[in-house]
Ligand binder design. Structure first.
Ligand SMILES: Cc1ncc(COP(=O)(O)O)c(C=O)c1O
Length: 439
């Protein structure tokens, strides 16, 4: 492969990237297989984050590659409005076999952000078609990440993603986040303290009245903000309060979906069924962009009235149910099933937790959090330079051939679910060295 020049790095304005830093010292990936990327210098880089929380079955999986190749030659595109192709139905059926009981209607999108905005619109429209059009308020949570579209950043709660973009959606409010370092730091798995934090929703009901609230959206595990695990009982409590007030509960499972926490979905790991669920990422193993909203039957049914020739839900994308994405997703679900990957995080989670928590006591490590095959290591920031210590550790690990991810001063790990113990050891040893060097 030819080495890119400075000039040909110029035109691409990279997303969520320190562009100037990157272009001075580019990190270019050219191939991937199994647990490893290869960079443009031919180095092997161990993937500690499943690409971007998405390549759950590892890279270059034959069933998925073949499915995409065959599909491209057979049916490259089919219009999704008033038309369809068989794999869209097959995939929906396969998906609802994996979801919690009763969640059996699949609406396709192309990303997590689109899934979130779709779910929010579905919630608003659902109340309206049932004659409760006063329910227009959407509730998110502080520190939540729901993608980058206007709906998602409105209900999202990460300040950097919100502050630049004006007023966003009106009528949105937020419950408090669940992070309680004073009481829960270094908890292995779900924290003991904080179920009562769900009662913050009662505060918003008292403030706005339930008759104005359409839905609450939360990530079962808040990933992008730095891996915040729900306290024991918290999601159950949230479910109860939503039920009491007729508020829809939306789980954003874009990260937790497809095996990350030890079950197909976080809803199953935590034993709470939402009304709507957003997915993306692991749906196609990251190979072709695709997302979906999965709804309970009664939500779908509420729309199915009026003259039969009329569209029931005025929403959809040109690439909803794209044939290549459906083929990739079917190949992905086959791979997950054949290799037992959707429960593997439960089996390996204990070893992963043990290794991750062995970093306790290293300089500047102020908290460690984990569930299934996701882990967060929080560091105290360099004085006056937030996020820099973690970024330096990210660069150090990259130099040593391990890809990790950072958000603020938290290191997030979410390796492919095919990971083996030796890879976990390698990631943790590399991280240990980098944390020590960053002291
Ligand atoms: C919980 C959650 N929701 C939504 C998104 C947005 O997904 P996408 O980047 O595919 O739009 C993400 C991405 O990380 C996510 O973690």
């Amino acid at each position: 492969m030819s080495q890119p020049t400075d000039a040909n790095l110029d035109a691409y304005w990279m997303p969520f990237t320190a562009n100037r830093q990157f272009k001075k010292a580019p990190r270019l990936l050219t191939r991937a297989d199994g647990m490893y990327f290869t960079d443009d210098k031919g180095r092997q880089v161990l993937d500690g984050i499943a690409g971007l929380w998405c390549v759950n079955a590892g890279h270059n999986r034959p069933r998925i590659v073949q499915a995409i190749q065959q599909q491209a030659a057979e049916l490259d595109f089919a219009p999704p409005f008033q038309m369809a192709h068989p794999k869209a139905f097959e995939l929906a059926e396969r998906l609802v076999e994996l979801t919690p009981a009763g969640m059996n209607k699949v609406f396709y999108t192309n990303s997590g952000s689109e899934s979130v905005d779709t779910a929010l619109k579905m919630a608003l429209a659902y109340h309206r078609v049932r004659g409760e059009g006063s329910r227009t308020r959407l509730i998110g949570r502080e520190r939540g990440y729901h993608g980058v579209n206007f709906g998602g950043i409105s209900v999202g709660g990460m300040v950097g993603n919100r502050k630049m973009f004006g007023m966003m959606l009106s009528g949105v409010d937020h419950i408090g986040h669940t992070h309680d370092a004073a009481r829960n730091a270094f908890t292995v798995g779900q924290p003991e303290h904080g179920a009562n934090l769900a009662d913050d929703l009662e505060r918003l009901v008292a403030l706005h009245d339930a008759s104005t609230i359409a839905a609450v959206i939360v990530e079962p595990v808040a990933g992008s903000t730095g891996v915040l695990i729900p306290p024991k009982g918290y999601l159950q409590r949230l479910r109860e309060i939503c039920d009491k007030h007729g508020i829809l509960l939306i789980f954003d499972e874009v990260i937790t979906g497809f095996g990350r926490t030890g079950n197909p979905f976080g809803a199953q790991t935590f034993g709470v069924t939402p009304d709507l669920m957003t997915v993306a990422k692991g749906l196609t193993n990251g190979c072709v962009p695709m997302g979906a909203v999965i709804a309970k039957q009664h939500i779908h049914d509420a729309f199915m009235n009026g003259p039969e020739h009329l569209i029931e839900f005025f929403h959809g994308y040109t690439y909803s149910a794209h044939p290549l994405a459906c083929a990739a997703a079917l190949g992905t679900l086959d791979t997950y099933a054949e290799e037992g990957l959707l429960t593997r995080a439960g089996e390996l989670g204990g070893y992963f937790a043990e290794c991750l928590h062995s970093l306790k006591g290293l300089p500047n490590v102020i908290d460690i959090r984990n569930i299934g095959l996701v882990g967060g290591v929080e560091l105290s920031p360099l004085p006056g330079e937030p996020a820099k210590r973690a970024f330096n550790i990210f660069l150090d690990c990259w130099e040593k051939g391990v890809l990790i991810r950072t958000t603020g001063d938290t290191i997030a790990l979410s390796p492919p679910l095919i990971i083996e113990r030796k890879h976990i050891d390698h990631i943790i040893d590399t991280l240990r060295g980098a944390i020590q060097r960053a002291a």
